[in-house]
Design a protein around this ligand. Structure first.
Ligand code: PLP
Length: 436
């Protein structure tokens, strides 16, 4: 039996994009067991921001593995976690100077909500349509990017209110007013002429469906990820901050996918000039080792009852060592700047393709987080085309993922170490594939 045949014993719950047996990774490339290379613009769903097996990260893991694998956070302090808070304090908004660590994005989301509840003494949470926050029971109840993430899992935890996100390209109000919604979307967060409708609807929700005094937190992805790589206008995120300030609600930024240089700033909230009360991080934090965390204002963290939350592995020594090396690599190799510069190049190349190919309805994004929305002749989401494009790109050695509630958005999440040649190559393969 060939090794790959063992895949039949894996649960079918893992929906699969490819049958590639990945043997090794280096920089922006993955190599299969036959030595075939792929340009990996999936980044393991936005994780390997420093590229596959960054030598500095690998060396840090090797060194730490020989010293201490597991120093449980309730029992001891360990050097990598203390070094990590030092490194994070250099890159996270200085207002958020208390940290808690866990293993996955969903776990950190749960932690943020639990903290918000104890800190405010309130029960409910506002989230946004199309949002994705993970797959644990609590995180699933906060997620509405696709029905399949919730279907068959009822009952879900209650106390969640879903408000509309500011999705410029599909904005019915702007379309009815005859505005070029693709141009609005592409300019985001510097969108001119935003109608402000999502904020109006949120205020209406707080007036009718619930009361602000019940809301512990508003949880938002600064750029929606699974929901379709949607950049909202700055006025939207700033409006959320104003609502939170007005009613004593905590603003939680889910930076799981947008963090660690992905959008051309260290964290995406910087694009909006807004400081959240709690920030959630994971994915790019440790270059592939399981690590997540939250950062919060000191006065909020002080209200979290000791012992009321925790976990065996959170802030694992090996993962923390990888995270310190990751942050140092991002800083010293100027990867945030690279994401801004080459992300702009990639977006410009894809926008050029949009002008030439009718099937490309919208190109949007920040830094190296770019979504390309594919549409049919009537302007409706074209999931079938998206599927064909991903599969043809893969045959030509380019790995891409989709996203969006209708599976019609191609997402480009290259590693931040990608070079100009790789970015141009990916854009060219993509356009040729769409053209075919
Ligand atoms: N939040 C966001 C914005 C995400 O994109 C994801 C995963 O894609 C999560 C939370 C959940 O992270 P994890 O899969 O590590 O639980």
């Amino acid at each position: 039996m060939a090794l790959i045949d063992n895949q039949q014993y894996l649960s079918p719950v893992w929906a699969r994009y490819t049958d590639i047996l990945a043997e090794r990774g280096e920089g922006a490339c993955l190599y299969d067991a036959d030595g075939r290379g792929y340009l990996d613009f999936t980044c393991g769903i936005g994780v390997t921001n420093t590229g596959h097996c960054h030598p500095r990260v690998v060396a840090a893991i090797r060194e730490q593995a020989g010293l201490l694998l597991h120093g449980q956070a309730n029992i001891v302090y360990h050097r990598p976690m203390l070094e990590l808070v030092e490194a994070l304090r250099e890159v996270v908004d200085p207002a958020l100077d208390r940290f808690f660590f866990s293993n996955s994005g969903a776990e950190a989301v749960e932690a943020a909500i639990k903290l918000a509840r104890q800190a405010t003494g309130r029960t409910d949470v506002v989230v946004f349509g199309g949002g994705f926050h993970g797959r644990t029971a609590g995180a699933m109840a906060l997620t509405s990017s696709k029905g399949k993430y919730r279907g068959g899992y009822a009952p879900l935890p209650s106390g969640v209110h879903i408000a509309p996100f500011a999705y410029c390209y599909q904005c019915a109000v702007a379309r009815a007013a005859g505005k070029d919604t693709a141009a609005m979307s592409q300019a985001a967060p510097n969108t001119a002429g935003c109608c402000g409708e999502p904020l109006r609807q949120l205020r209406h929700m707080l007036q009718t469906e619930t009361v602000p005094e019940d809301i512990a937190a508003i949880l938002v992805e600064p750029v929606q990820g699974e929901g379709g790589y949607i950049v909202p206008p700055a006025s939207f995120i700033q409006g959320l901050r104003a609502i939170c300030d007005q009613y004593g609600i905590l603003l939680i930024a889910d930076e799981v996918q947008t963090g660690f240089g992905r959008t051309g700033t260290f964290f995406a909230m910087e694009h909006f000039g807004v400081t959240p009360d709690i920030m959630i991080m994971a994915k790019g934090l440790a270059s592939g080792l399981p690590l997540s965390g939250i950062a919060a204002r000191q006065e909020i963290m002080a209200k979290w009852h000791p012992g009321s939350h925790g976990g065996t592995y959170g802030g694992n020594a090996l993962a923390c060592a990888a995270a310190v090396a990751t942050i140092r690599a991002i800083q010293e190799e100027h990867l945030v700047e690279n994401a801004a510069k080459l992300g702009a190049l990639l977006k410009a190349e894809l926008a050029g393709a949009q002008r030439r190919r009718r099937a490309i309805g919208d190109v949007r994004g920040l830094g190296m987080m770019i979504g390309v929305e594919l549409i049919d002749a009537d302007g409706n989401p074209d999931a079938a085309l998206c599927k064909r494009v991903l599969s043809s790109c893969r045959e030509r050695g380019l790995l891409l993922l989709n996203c969006g509630s209708y599976d019609n958005v191609v997402r480009f999440i290259p590693p931040l170490v990608a070079d100009e040649g790789q970015v141009r190559q990916a854009a060219r393969i993509f356009e040729e594939t769409v053209a075919r």
